[in-house]
Design a protein. Structure first.
Length: 94
């Protein structure tokens, strides 16, 4: 298993309850084929440029271990989740 970091940028229209639901959803998804080490809600931040007419958004950082094959499925679900504006998954060096 490899170590990964993933940052997702979530629409500012999502409330605290919605953020918890997103965190639970992706923690569960990652734990199916790996292990979440840390989830950090970085709060509402100003964006460098507008994304879908939003000037600010919620940032969430996941640090986890997973099989490389499960990353494609994770990214696919990021893409189809309406609240997520942008995302990135990066492999961490040991």
């Amino acid at each position: 298993m490899n170590k990964y970091e993933s940052v997702i940028i979530i629409s500012p229209k999502v409330d605290e309850e919605g953020l918890k639901a997103i965190e639970t959803k992706f923690t569960g998804l990652i734990n199916e084929n790996g292990k979440v080490e840390e989830v950090k809600n970085m709060g509402l931040k100003k964006l460098a440029y507008e994304i879908k007419k939003n000037k600010e958004a919620h940032y969430m950082l996941f640090t986890f271990e997973a099989e490389p094959s499960s990353i494609t499925e994770l990214e696919r679900i990021y893409r189809i989740t309406d609240e997520i504006l942008k995302f990135i998954v990066v492999r961490k060096e040991d």
